[in-house]
Ligand binder design. Structure first.
Ligand code: MF3
Ligand code: CO
Ligand code: CO
Length: 289
């Protein structure tokens, strides 16, 4: 497809091609669809679908937030997410994904990610990550949040806050002219400033048409490196921040990563869309982030 300079841009932004993707295309990026490195540039129609899936993901996390308390099990959270996803016309993406046995990830205390719901009872002092991914009309939305159960130590409270700030700082780097390395740099800087480390074995990812798409979005890195962030890219930022070493250990269940030294870990995740002027946080729901 050849787009004239004054035609509407192929990406669906509504702007003239010369004011939108022409400079990027001249710089050697293929279109429409994928960049030379395989990152999908979403169409406006796809964005509408992904936005709805992300909204449902955010609503499901709100639902969990309203019910979570000490005395419940992580299996209870799995049932809530499973039932409510289906009731709202969605599909829980984790269930059966590469053999994952449940509909949501629930990751406790020194867990880093991919905790499997079970009969573990939540108790005061626990910190828990709940990671929800929803498929709606074939589109994916992916987000996670931390929850504090009852009275939580200052240490735990602090790492949860810093991890959330790391996500915000990463998101702030999503703007025209920046590169993926800028996101990782901003996150790593902030984590290190507070004496925390950044997990390297797991990354954010492209998302929307599939659960995991290119690129890997590293939560560490160098300024000005990596691919250019372009309007129409949709991806997650989901920094995993550890109190001690960044190193991970995989539990025998083959899924759950925990800190190698047993120290606490915290994570927050949003699905975001790079826009012409900056960023849209697709999983922030009605909240102001
Ligand atoms: N939601 C996780 C992510 O942020 C992936 C979970 S994969 C699963 O990428 F199979 F464990 F669900
Ligand atoms: Co993700
Ligand atoms: Co997730």
């Amino acid at each position: 497809m050849i787009t004239g300079r004054n035609d509407p841009c192929w990406c669906g932004s509504g702007k003239k091609y010369k004011k939108c993707h022409l400079p990027l295309d001249r710089a050697g990026h293929s279109h429409p669809g994928k960049t030379t490195s395989g990152i999908l540039i979403k169409t406006e129609e796809q964005i509408v679908g992904i936005r709805a899936a992300c909204r449902m993901t955010s609503d499901l996390l709100d639902m969990v937030a309203g019910r979570i308390k000490d005395g419940i099990t992580t299996n209870d959270i799995d049932s809530w997410v499973h039932e409510e996803t289906i009731a709202r016309g969605g599909i829980p993406a984790p269930l059966g994904y590469r053999g994952f046995p449940k509909s949501v990830c629930t990751t406790l205390n020194e867990g880093i990610c991919h905790g499997i719901p079970d009969e573990t009872v939540l108790k005061s002092g626990d910190i828990l990550n709940v990671d929800v991914t929803t498929i709606l009309n074939g589109y994916y939305g992916d987000a996670n949040r931390m929850f504090m159960i009852g009275e939580v130590s200052d240490k735990a409270r602090n790492i949860i806050r810093v991890a959330k700030e790391c996500l915000s700082r990463g998101i702030r780097m999503v703007k025209s002219g920046n590169r993926f390395g800028d996101i990782g740099w901003a996150i790593q800087q902030h984590a290190n400033k507070h004496g925390f480390s950044v997990v390297r074995d797991y990354t954010g990812h492209g998302v929307g048409i599939e659960f995991h798409e290119p690129p890997n979005v590293c939560h560490y890195g160098k300024r000005g490196t990596g691919e250019l962030i372009q309007p129409g890219m949709v991806f997650t930022i989901e920094p995993m921040i550890n109190a001690g070493t960044y190193k991970c250990r995989l539990l025998p269940n083959g899924w759950t990563a925990v800190t190698r030294d047993g120290a606490l870990s915290a994570q927050w995740e949003h699905t975001v869309r790079a826009t012409q002027n900056g960023v849209e946080i697709l999983t922030s729901g009605s909240r102001v982030v």
